[in-house]
Design a protein around this ligand. Structure first.
Ligand code: SIN
Length: 528
């Protein structure tokens, strides 16, 4: 499959005609090449099969499609992988940083060459449509290239300092920590894993990578990219299986130097508590834990722009992005006009098999997500919510064997309702009305989360006020391509505040690599 096709981002989601035959060929190729097979783990470069058996992965598009059988790894496998990563640390961290940078650039090139195959696998595993899946590949490519550039800009994080006293030659040298365990989610199975892994590897750490059990094949393709680009066996390891089987080992093994996790707040906080209490001294933990993102639309908004931005952000990839808009605050004067247009747009969205070109929303990730959808809609109805659009689970025809639900817009729930507080990770958008921008900001900030937030207003003073007052890490104004979604490496730092993140530094931004590095100050006193 050839490279060279124009870049797709989440904001443009524009694809030139040439992608369609290549992607459609890849849909067929990956089914022939990968599906229904038995996959090992890779520990120290060796194929490892588990005595605990395998788990079966089926596609959310159509549950009769068996993607593959993956190993049910356990604590012993995790411990072996940590040992391998530890054994390789001296060699990998000892490489000249420029060589690691070259390997990361090579990884970017390999993703570019394999992007249709990877995107097709993402579609089957995660249920993404083609433009979202290809944008994810492009995001991974750009992240690798961006951080190769950041390493160069910072000259490998070696900097002359001082002098602090007579004859002192002072330097700051940033060094890697050691072995990092990387745990990735289903919603960006390639890109989010890629971000955490590249952050650890490019800075000289070694990695044990555990993808979520919903998307292990995308994880395997990513492992292969790094391996084929030249990361030595053992410097990256790939283990699969249920998180519970590994958690004790990950948090208590003294050879784990750091954890990078993206996923739910419950799991992230549990890892955080166990890691900080089980290790002999403080160690870094990088967490990205979702959110409950608001978009504010004022009376001074361009309604058309706002509707497009909200539809993309609330219903793109079925609301299963950490950045999805799930709370919509509308100023009184535009509320009814905005909702009318929003409902019209939402009802025109094509929901179905994401392998089809015209589909905007594919399936949600699994049966549990459908059950949650039903439960939340019932809860909303019971507690006074008015369903303006959607609310139904879809069945029959192309929906029969997968997990399909309608984009859903709910008005009139009280602002302190649990659905306004809890992350739902579904295409459910809650609406609330406000009188003043101060009030809207108070409500927008009234959450324990703090990842992304958006505003639509053509008044620069309102936009400025929003930027000054919003307590979220990623803030957007007037973004037609995604009111709160679609951060891109080198353009937006994807950083969560409060319960959304742990470090205050985000993937895609200039300081991310520092989370994987510790400073060493070197002072050499040269007499005379
Ligand atoms: C995510 O990580 O959930 C999405 C990134 C984005 O949409 O900005």
């Amino acid at each position: 499959m050839s490279s060279g096709t124009g870049k797709i981002t989440y904001v443009s989601l524009f694809a030139d005609e040439s992608i369609h035959p290549a992607y459609e060929r890849a849909l067929k190729d990956v089914a022939d090449r990968y599906f229904g097979r038995h996959y090992p783990m890779y520990i120290g470069g060796r194929e490892v099969f588990s005595g605990d058996g395998e788990f079966e992965e089926r596609s959310p598009i159509d549950s009769s499609i068996v993607v593959g059988y993956f190993q049910k790894g356990n604590a012993v496998h995790m411990s072996q992988a940590i040992e391998e990563a530890k054994a390789r640390f001296a060699e990998w961290s000892g490489l000249d940083w420029r060589e690691r940078v070259n390997i990361m650039r090579k990884a970017a090139q390999l993703i570019d060459e394999r992007k249709f195959e990877i995107a097709a696998v993402i579609t089957y595993e995660a249920g993404k449509n083609r433009t979202e899946a290809l944008a994810e590949c492009w995001e991974a490519i750009d992240a690798l290239r961006y951080y190769a550039g950041i390493m160069e800009e910072n000259r490998g994080y070696v900097r002359d300092m001082g002098p602090g006293g007579p004859g002192e030659r002072c330097k700051m040298v940033a060094r890697p920590y050691g072995v990092w365990v990387v745990i990735s989610p289903f919603n960006f199975p390639f890109m989010l894993a890629n971000g955490m892994i590249l952050g650890a590897l490019i800075t000289g750490n070694t990695v044990v990578f555990k993808p979520t059990s919903e998307t292990p094949l995308s994880g395997l393709l990513l492992y292969q990219v790094f391996r084929d680009a030249g990361v030595p066996a053992g410097a990256i390891n790939y283990v699969t299986g249920p998180g519970e089987a590994f958690e004790g080992e990950i948090t208590s093994n003294p050879d784990v130097a750091g954890i990078a996790f993206t996923g739910s707040k419950d799991v992230g906080m549990r890892l955080y508590r166990r890691f900080t209490s089980s290790q002999p001294y403080p160690k870094p933990i990088v967490l990205e834990m979702g959110s409950k993102n608001p978009t504010i639309v004022t009376d001074k908004a361009d309604i058309r722009k706002g509707v497009q931005g909200v539809v993309r952000a609330a219903f793109g990839y079925c609301g299963q992005k950490c950045s999805a808009t799930s709370r919509l605050y509308l100023q009184k004067g535009i509320k009814s006009r905005f909702l009318e247009e929003l409902v019209r747009e939402a009802s025109a969205l094509k929901v179905g098999d994401p392998r089809r070109r015209e589909v905007f929303m594919g399936p949600v990730i699994n049966r549990r997500a459908v059950e949650n959808f039903r439960r939340y809609v019932e809860m909303a109805k019971r507690d006074g919510g008015e369903i303006l659009y959607g609310g139904e689970v879809l069945s029959g025809g192309e929906w029969e064997k997968g997990y399909y639900v309608q984009p859903t817009i709910i008005d009139k729930l009280p602002r302190d309702h649990i659905l306004f507080k809890q992350e739902l990770f579904l295409p459910i958008l809650l609406v609330s009305e406000f009188e003043t921008l101060e009030e809207a900001l108070r409500e927008a900030n009234n959450t324990e989360y703090g990842l992304t937030a958006g505003i639509f207003s053509e008044d620069p003073r309102e936009v400025e006020f929003f930027f000054n007052k919003i307590e979220f890490g990623v803030a957007y104004a007037n973004r037609r391509g995604g009111a709160t979604t679609g951060a891109w490496p080198g353009a937006q730092t994807f950083v969560g505040w409060k319960a959304s993140g742990a470090t205050g530094k985000g993937i895609g931004g200039p300081h991310y690599l520092l989370t994987f590095l510790r400073e060493q100050s070197q002072t050499n006193v040269v007499e005379g």
